[in-house]
Design a protein around this ligand. Structure first.
Ligand code: PLP
Length: 405
């Protein structure tokens, strides 16, 4: 099909030309005396992205799922118990991994569209006088439903009950796009991946671990090898990796971190907030449809899951968008399959790119029989982006331009 494919799934996201160029490198000796410059630059520049000074960022050749496994197997021992809530496909899959690896999960099942039930967590933690729960799992941004949970409140629940459990956060679809604060929120392990806010291809599990997580590793009796934090930290200390790293991915990551630094993390968050609010205006004011997220406090700034009306198949909307209009929208996963489609609005993105996605979603919905007014979503998003509310989330145009390498 002529023209560009419009990639609006919530990861993988568009890889900026600048990062693609940085990845186009000849292979080199990863044991040379020069190599540590790259390792050290990447690991040092990751710290501000996690908002940490005391944490240790680690980069594994894997995807976010590998990061989940690394978090669990480095700190827990067989049979240990974790507390987690299930409110979407990704929070579900992490819980599934917990049980498949031989740990026990105390699961709070919520409606899909809700976020972490902090009050219920507080009650469970308070009742756990024997401190059987060794870790609390929190999916910061549930990509399947477009729901962002409040991690600071989960930390407050742990503190209020004096519970010593570790706090693990999945920030796969929030890091470098929604405010995340490792140190301030007392997060012990943050798990992320390369293919979302970091604007890279999939291929790196990027985790950050606290001193408390490092202590827990020393006590853990769980066998592990490839994802061992100890091997990685020892190699990284000398500027190397315990096995052959992917050079293009590391060069790409270094460029991505430079771009984030140039734009400024606060501006990156504001841009995502502004773009997300425009999409929500298109959905609720323009199309008169509902989001899967059940309360504004859970609205995600990186992905909107849009419920289609009864009698319409969301999968058909997605397929029409893809085949007819060269637009990739996110699917409804598992329990919400067919009931919604998702617009990913994270990474290297601006208003006009999103207007294309909104227009394409509109055309696909009209073709699939959804009764909306052509142009209504586009007009609502434009109205929002030109409003004083959006302007407050704006940054000077010059600051928004990525320097061209
Ligand atoms: N967690 C969340 C919130 C995700 O959105 C995803 C993937 O989209 C994952 C975990 C799994 O990550 P990966 O597909 O990189 O293994």
């Amino acid at each position: 099909m002529a023209g560009r494919n419009f990639l609006f799934v919530p990861g993988p996201t568009n890889v900026p030309d600048r990062i693609q160029r940085a990845m186009l490198v000849a292979m080199e000796d990863h044991r040379s005396s020069k190599f540590p410059e790259l390792t050290r630059a990447v690991l040092a520049e990751l710290k501000p992205v996690f908002r940490t000074t005391s944490g240790t960022p680690l980069v594994f050749p894997a995807s976010g799922t590998g990061g989940w496994e690394a978090a669990l197997t480095n700190t827990l021992s067989p049979g240990d118990k974790v507390l987690a809530a299930r409110f979407g496909q990704f929070s579900h899959l992490w819980i599934d991994m917990v049980t498949r690896l031989g740990y026990r999960a105390e699961v709070v099942d919520c409606e899909w569209g809700e976020g972490t039930p902090v009050e219920r967590f507080r009650e469970i933690l308070a009742a756990d006088a024997a401190h059987e729960i060794k870790a609390v799992l929190a999916t910061h941004n549930e990509t399947a439903t477009g729901v962002t949970s409040n991690v600071a409140e989960i930390r407050a629940a742990l503190d209020a009950t004096g519970h010593p459990a570790l706090l693990f956060v999945d920030a796969v679809s929030s890091l470098a796009s929604i405010d995340f604060r490792m140190d301030e929120w007392g997060v012990d392990i943050c798990v992320s991946g390369s293919q979302k806010g970091l604007m890279l291809p999939a291929g790196l599990a990027i985790v950050c671990i606290s001193p408390k997580a490092i202590e827990a590793r020393a006590r853990s009796t769980q066998p592990r090898c490839y994802f061992d934090f100890g091997d990685m930290m020892r190699a990284n200390e000398t500027g190397y990796f315990p096995y052959t790293p992917s050079l293009p991915m590391l060069y790409g990551l270094r460029e991505s971190l430079r771009m984030l630094q140039e734009e400024g993390l606060e501006n990156v968050f504001r841009r995502h907030a502004r773009l997300a609010a425009g999409v929500r205006a298109a959905v609720t004011e323009g199309w008169n449809l509902r989001l899967c997220a059940r309360h504004p406090k859970w609205h995600s700034n990186t992905v909107s899951a849009i419920l289609v009306p009864e009698g319409v198949n969301g999968a058909q909307v997605i397929d029409i968008a893809f085949r007819r209009y060269n637009l990739a929208l996110g699917a409804g996963l598992s329990k919400v399959a067919g009931k919604l489609f998702r617009i990913g609005h994270l990474g290297d993105l601006n208003e006009l790119m999103l207007l294309g996605a909104i227009a394409g979603a509109e055309m696909a919905m009209l073709d699939a029989g959804v009764r909306i007014e052509p142009g209504s979503g586009v007009a609502a998003a434009q109205r929002y982006w030109r409003s004083p509310d959006a302007m407050r989330l704006n940054v000077p145009a010059a600051d928004r331009l990525h320097a061209v390498a």
